[in-house]
Design a protein around this ligand. Structure first.
Ligand code: PHE
Length: 453
């Protein structure tokens, strides 16, 4: 196999904990703490949460395993992987779509990550101290409306991420996530305790956990699909790329499940912090992308040692954002360096440049300086919507179809079982889902969005 000889020496994760930490590092990020609460808030709460969980485990998890399997099997970037498994066919297009999705997500993600850095800076300066809920709201509004400041923070964020990506997998990505992800969990649990003891917290819990299915519309099912995929980092090649750094002896079935579980646990805990506080401080749950940023400082304001907790929290949220962002950037970098033989450093720089350019446009669309609207969405909203709700589910659909119908059952089973090391007793259910349920369900959600069914 001549292409094998051309493959550059690849880095691997050192052990199972390293794999889980890095994959969870990708999955857990702004998607859980920023996007999840605002999407649940906009879609009416508990009933939406139930649909989201059903979709996440019923469809998202199998897509995630499929993507991981292709990566581990081929040990290639998404392009190379499809070209190796389906030579001469058009499947490499899935890899190409992943690159487009990567730039789309990097653009708005880096903007929100920039907000996070600004909030970290403000926390360090104790800038939220003695502020009322209204003050905190107007601080957010005026920060976003300021054209340059968010762009500078975004630039800083992308630069930090790029330094880590240049360092490579084991030395860069894995080292940081191993320690910092568990720390994030601890601090969210502490915040949860404070939020649940706020006066009026029950209303938030009711909103989050007591379903009212009359609030569900066809559009919210698409939102649930998009949020599940976004949160699990699937549908665009991130997991495929990470899977390619996983050793052959790892049980990818259990790794996938642990990561999906951890990702969901963090999101639910984040909801249990945000919604009680939203109701306690009279904030609207449907406030949109600013929700977390106008809610959290209120909690810090009202808790003992709030200063320390706010600094710690925004440090960890920034880190969670970085460990997700690097996974997106890595997709572009792996492609440029392995397929186009561009040096890793240059590739990282190119990916960062594209992200900063598009991110600046997004930030300016949020501030009102760039006034192009797509229906009721500005550029930021459009990229957020289009990547999560359209590109990722479409990518996921093609990935499961490929694995279920084109990869070959024997080959698939061998990979899931690590050549006989594990049983993969979940295989019959998994196989049924990827063959029928997932493709039909994703297509149906698309068709219903288009008003065709
Ligand atoms: N899952 C990440 C988060 O929750 C975002 C992400 C999406 C990362 C798609 C990679 C790919 O923040």
């Amino acid at each position: 196999m001549s292409s094998k000889q051309n493959t550059p020496q690849r880095d691997f994760f050192s052990n199972k904990f390293g794999i889980i930490a890095a994959t969870a590092g990708s999955a857990i990020g702004l998607g859980n703490i920023w996007r999840f609460p605002y999407i649940v808030g906009e879609n009416g709460g508990a009933a939406f949460l139930i649909i989201l969980l059903l979709i996440k485990f019923g469809i998202g998890l199998p897509v995630m395993l499929s993507e991981f399997t292709i990566g581990r099997h081929t040990q290639r970037n998404p392009f190379g992987a499809f070209r190796m498994l389906a030579p001469g066919k058009l499947w490499w297009i899935v890899g190409f779509m992943g690159i487009i999705a990567a730039f789309t997500i990097m653009a708005f993600y880096s903007v929100v990550a920039g907000w996070t850095l600004d909030y970290l800076y403000n926390s360090v300066l104790d800038g939220f101290n003695n502020k009322s809920a209204d003050d905190i709201q107007s601080m957010f509004d005026s920060f976003v409306a300021n054209g340059w400041q968010p762009i500078i923070w975004m630039f800083l964020f992308v630069s930090i991420s790029s330094l880590i990506v240049v360092a490579g997998i084991k030395k860069g990505i894995e080292k940081y996530t191993k320690v910092l992800m568990p720390a994030l969990l601890v601090i969210i649990v502490i915040l949860c305790v404070r939020a649940l003891s706020l006066p009026g917290a029950e209303k938030g819990l009711e909103f989050f956990f007591k379903p009212d299915f009359s609030k569900i519309t066809g559009a919210s099912v698409l939102e649930a699909l998009g949020q599940s995929f976004f949160s699990l980092s699937i549908g665009m090649g991130v997991l495929l790329t990470y899977g390619s750094y996983v050793q052959k002896s790892d049980n990818i079935g259990s790794t996938t499940f642990i990561v999906a579980f951890a990702d969901t646990a963090i999101a639910i805990l984040a909801g249990m912090v945000i919604f009680p506080a939203v109701f306690a401080f009279g904030i609207s749950p449907g406030s949109g992308p600013g929700l977390v940023f106008v809610t959290l400082p209120n909690i810090f304001e009202q808790m003992p040692a709030g200063y320390i907790f706010s600094v710690l929290f925004f440090v960890l949220l920034s880190v969670a954002a970085i460990t997700s962002f690097i996974s997106i950037q890595e997709v572009v970098v792996a492609y440029l360096s392995e397929e186009l033989n561009i040096k890793r450093k240059t590739a990282t720089f190119l990916a960062a440049g594209g992200a900063v350019f598009l991110g600046a446009l997004c930030a300016l669309s949020q501030s009102g300086h760039l006034n192009i609207m797509f229906g009721d969405m500005n550029l930021f909203d459009l990229l957020d919507f289009a990547s999560s709700n359209l590109m990722l589910p479409l990518g996921g659909l093609l990935i499961v179809i490929f694995v279920a119908w084109f990869m070959g059952k024997e080959r698939l089973l061998r990979e899931l079982r690590s050549n006989g090391l594990y049983k993969a007793s979940y295989f019959p259910i998994y196989n049924f889902i990827i063959r029928f349920i997932a493709p039909i369900a994703i297509t149906a959600v698309f068709l219903s969005k288009l008003g065709l069914i």
